[in-house]
Design a protein around this ligand. Structure first.
Ligand code: NAI
Length: 278
C-alpha cells in the first residue's frame, strides 16, 4: 500500500530539482503524476522513468492557458485531481533595486506569483468537482520569511506565495481542499547554484560551501522537500491547512551553535556576571 494510492497529482517544475524528486516519490507511493514544465527534454525523461504513472506536458506557468491545460489533461486522463503542487520557479531578477527594469519585475512576478495563482485557480474547480477535497501545495522559500536570503523580487514573490496560501486556505477549507506552503532553505539543485544547466561538481561545491552554515550541518537535498510534499499530499496531513512548512535544516531558526559559540567566546572565556549576593 502506498501513501498516495489512487491519487492524481500535477507537479509544476517537475523536470528538475525538488519537483522531479517529488514526482518520483509520489509515483513510488502509488500516485499518477503529470509533470508540467517548459523543459521538454528533462521533463519527458522524468515521465519516462515513471512509466505508466507519469506523463509530461509542456507548460509555462506564467501562461494561464498552459496551467489550465495541465489540470484538464490530468482530469481527462485519470478522472480526478487530488494534488496540485505549484513548485516551478527560478531566481528572477537580481541586482540592486535601481537596476531592475519593469520587464524584469513582470517576468519574475509572472512566474513566481501568477504561476502559483493560476495553479490554485484551476485546481480548485477540478477538486470541487471530484467531491473528495484535495491538497494544494505551493513552494515558497525561507526567503519569504526573512530578507537577505535571496534577490529582492524573489523574496517579495515568495512572501506573496505564503500569504496567498493562507488566504486561499481559509476559503477552500469548507470544501475539504487544504492549501499549504513549503518553505525550503538551501537545497542542492540547479536553482541554488544559479544556473539552468549545472554539472554535478558545481552542486557538490554548493554542498561543501554552504553545508557548514546550516544548523543541521548540511544543505538540503531535493528528497527532503519531496518527503515534506508527500506528507502534505497524503491523507496523513488531513487536519493541516494554511501552514508554512519550513524545511531548512534550522536555518530560519537562527545561526548554527558552533558559529554562535565562536562569536561569544571570541572575547575570552565565558564569564557570568552575578547579581550581588548570588
Ligand atoms: P530547479 O531549477 O532544479 O527546478 C525548477 C524547475 O522549474 C525547472 O525544471 C524549470 O524548468 C521549471 N520552471 C522554471 N520556470 C518555469 C515556468 N515558467 N514554467 C514551467 N516550468 C518552469 O530548482 P528547484 O530548486 O528544484 O526549485 C523548485 C522551487 O523551489 C522553486 O519555486 C524555487 O524558487 C524554490 N526554492 C528553491 C530553493 C533552493 O535552494 N533550491 C530554496 C527555496 C525555494
Amino acid at each position: 500500500m502506498g501513501e498516495l494510492d489512487g491519487k492524481v497529482a500535477v507537479i509544476t517544475g517537475a523536470a528538475s530539482g525538488m519537483g522531479a524528486a517529488s514526482a518520483r516519490c509520489f509515483a513510488a507511493e502509488g500516485a499518477r503524476v503529470l509533470i508540467a514544465d517548459f523543459n521538454e527534454e528533462a521533463g519527458a525523461a522524468v515521465a519516462a522513468e515513471l512509466g505508466e504513472r507519469g506523463v509530461f506536458r509542456r507548460v509555462d506557468v506564467s501562461r494561464e492557458d498552459d496551467v489550465a491545460g495541465a489540470v484538464g489533461e490530468a482530469v481527462e486522463r485519470w478522472g480526478r485531481l487530488d494534488v496540485m503542487f505549484n513548485n516551478a520557479g527560478f531566481g528572477g531578477a537580481r541586482g540592486p533595486i535601481e537596476s531592475i527594469s519593469e520587464d524584469d519585475y513582470d517576468i519574475t512576478m509572472d512566474v513566481l506569483v501568477k504561476g502559483v495563482f493560476f495553479g490554485i485557480k484551476h485546481a480548485t474547480p477540478a477538486m470541487k468537482a471530484g467531491g473528495r477535497g484535495g491538497s494544494i501545495i505551493n513552494t515558497a522559500s525561507v526567503a519569504g520569511i526573512q530578507a537577505g536570503e535571496a534577490p529582492h523580487l524573489y523574496s517579495v514573490a515568495k512572501a506573496a506565495v505564503m500569504h496567498l496560501t493562507t488566504s486561499v486556505a481559509l476559503e477552500l477549507g469548507e470544501h475539504g481542499i487544504r492549501v499549504n506552503a513549503i518553505c525550503p532553505g538551501v537545497i542542492a539543485t540547479p536553482l541554488a547554484v544559479g544556473r539552468r544547466s549545472v554539472r554535478e561538481e558545481q552542486v557538490e561545491r554548493l554542498r561543501e560551501k554552504l553545508g557548514r552554515y546550516q544548523p543541521i550541518g548540511r544543505v538540503g537535498e531535493p528528497e527532503d522537500i519531496a518527503h515534506a510534499a508527500l506528507y502534505l499530499a497524503s491523507d496523513r496531513s488531513g487536519f493541516v491547512t494554511g501552514t508554512h512548512h519550513v524545511v531548512d535544516g534550522g536555518a530560519a531558526a537562527g545561526r548554527a551553535w558552533s558559529r554562535q559559540h565562536a562569536i561569544s567566546t571570541e572575547a575570552g572565556p565565558i564569564k557570568l556576571y552575578r547579581p550581588p549576593g548570588r
